[in-house]
Ligand binder design. Sequence first.
Ligand code: TYD
Ligand code: MG
Length: 487
Amino acid sequence: MTRSARTPKTTFYCTACGNEQPRWFGHCPACGEWNTASEAPAAGAAKAAAPRRSGPSRWAPGAAGGAAAARPAPLAGVELEAAPRSATGLGEIDRVLGGGIVPGSLVLVGGDPGIGKSTLMLQLAMALGRAGRRVLYVSGEESEHQIRLRATRLGEVPPALLLLCETDLEAVLEAAAAAAPDALVVDSIQTLSRADLEGGPGTVTQVRECGLALLHYAKGSRTPVFLVGHVTKDGAVAGPRVLEHMVDAVLYLEGERYQHYRVLRAAKNRFGSTNELGVFEMLDTGLREVPNPSEAFLSGEEGVAPGVAVVASLEGSRPLLVEVQALVSGSYYGTPQRVTRGFDPRRLAVLLAVLERRVGLKLGRHDVFVSVTGGLTLDDPGTDLGVALAVASSYRSRPLLPRTLALGELSLSGELRRVSRLEARLREAARLGFVRAGIPRVQAADAQGCGLEAVPLGSAREAFEALLGERVAAPAREGAGTGDAPR
Ligand code: TYD
Ligand code: MG
């Protein structure tokens, strides 16, 4: 961010993102938060940290170190590493990281409190330990006893797993230097602090400086470091977003706390794609990888109940079949409600407008609720048609045809646009027993040989005609204000 522009005049910083400004501000120009300006800590603290920042290549591994090396060199001359990644033993983490752990990488694992970050990290540490690698697990959150208890639940505790309950950064770095582990886990960055800095653990200065120190440790020793970070209610890693800029990868563990699926996704990854997604189930014995997430996200209600549609969302390289449920119900209030879980409400507003204007569904006086199963969030535009059909299906009390999938992005004119990697999506659906898929007409040729009947469609209206089944009787009290609309 403004690191290079740092001047002695800098006196205020944002407690949400760490952005520094020469004067007080009500509204942070970097992250947009209000009332987050705080006076910078004592100049001594800032100075103490400053010299470490001066050389950008200090932590560059290998040859180019040293002050005399600040000269450009041909990129082609930089040697490629032989084995840059190593598998962790947990396939879903490897997938999200882009194929395994990169030496010297700094990875931030964020998520709401109680979602399972410590569990995941302990399982990772244990898996690495079982593979004969030495891991130092540092916890500032729980006692040795608590961690030992949890580890016992998670499986056999490998001897190569070292535990340190500590919150002082220097002590952690000393222990790491002495133990020279193959990987370091710090749970959590918000509990670490440097004694010579003002402010308690979790403040922007502490988190940033501790993060920087661990970055130096990771790059200098080529040890992969995993940091756990708590997420605030609005989704930011608590304290400074500055951490997100510093680390090589940011992974988020998400899910509904009271449901058992957990999704690990990369919000940033310098070593791979950010689209990959790992799916876990939280059991009594910790997080278990879900090898076949598509099956997990289907309830079997599709084709039976109105308002249920199945979409194939592309998550990284993997198509996932996901169920979307919609409920359209007469509104009691002047402004109808639109409530979504796992789907962007603004995107829903667009789809509702398309349904209203291009298909002729009068949704203006109806509440619309949309929910995506499994705690997933759909942001693949190829899922538009499925969501629109779920809404239309609930509105008309007509279930979708059985074992049928809908794919396509909807334009504002109601036309169906092409989706990426259609074949992969269709194959996954065929594998799970789907027999029919509504697809954009422009892609009709791509669908051949995918193992199910492709129904080429030009528009939302055509999809509506082709894929909705017979109307089912609405349960009780039809037209009494709740529920189901006219035919
Ligand atoms: P935890 O890893 O402590 O969450 P975080 O570090 O993100 O705050 O996980 C806490 C929750 O996970 C807790 O509510 C209990 C549940 N859990 C299980 O269901 N099974 C298990 O085997 C473990 C270890 C935890
Ligand atoms: Mg924890």
